[in-house]
Design a binder for this molecule. Sequence first.
Ligand SMILES: Nc1ncnc2c1ncn2[C@@H]1O[C@H](COP(=O)(O)OP(=O)(O)O)[C@@H](O)[C@H]1O
Ligand SMILES: [Mg+2]
Length: 270
Amino acid sequence: MSFSHSKVLAITNHKGGCGKTTTTINLAAEFGRLGLKVLVIDMDPQANASLHIGMTHPSRVDFTCAELLLGDISSLPHAIHEQTHLEGVSLIYGSLGLGKTEDELKDVTPRPSEELRSKLEAADSVYDIILIDCPPSLKLLTSNAMAAATHIIVPVESGSQYGLYGADDLLKHIDKIRRINPKVALLGALLLKHDERQTVCKLLESTAMKTFGQILPVKISTSTKVNQAAVMQQSLHSLDRSSKVAREFRELAASLMETLKLKAETEDAQ
Ligand SMILES: Nc1ncnc2c1ncn2[C@@H]1O[C@H](COP(=O)(O)OP(=O)(O)O)[C@@H](O)[C@H]1O
Ligand SMILES: [Mg+2]
């Protein structure tokens, strides 16, 4: 199965703390604000994305991504929660149970990496864009996200000298996934906590370019507002639309809309 309408973006890097969840949430907020129908899938047992935009605590949600992965083909409607803190954005919750699901998957299905893709089939005509927030590992949950994806973005912590540690393993994993999802496109690395005045960031940028072949044109700078927005369960745009990071995420979303040939319903530049 491949998607004919929805763009499915896996936000992935097995390195923790590089900005996967921040990217997922703020891109989702932007796409929603522009009138697209957006679905966020939280594949991380830590459920940070769900804690950020969910109306319910993930531990109290009965039907999460864990149940979806192990459920039958008709499970999707039970897993989708249309109400979130972001307008136009629906959510499939993550949960601690995803860890156990990951262990169980290979025993219950002959194609353990393709369960998410097969369950998402029905979403193709409904959502313009589906964003998958991945866990910090290259195991089955991430494989499921990559196998379902039409496109992959790799957030990289620019200000860290270890920001590209493990990048080769990630690229090898994407190559392996191409056997079951040949059309998946790597859009490139997204640099976060980037400060072009710092030598470490400049060095990392040039190595990331060589490693991934492409760097997304908009880089995200460091800001304490990122953490503040998560605590307040808001997007950066709604926390402080005039801040530099909010502007950067708006620009990133606009650039991705062009790359992915998505059309905004409302053109609200503010
Ligand atoms: N641009 C940024 N500026 C400052 N802090 C950031 C930025 N991006 C992410 N963070 C912080 O870094 C931590 C890790 O980010 P997160 O998005 O949760 O990464 P991941 O999902 O890859 O583990 C969080 O505490 C987040 O608030
Ligand atoms: Mg995360």
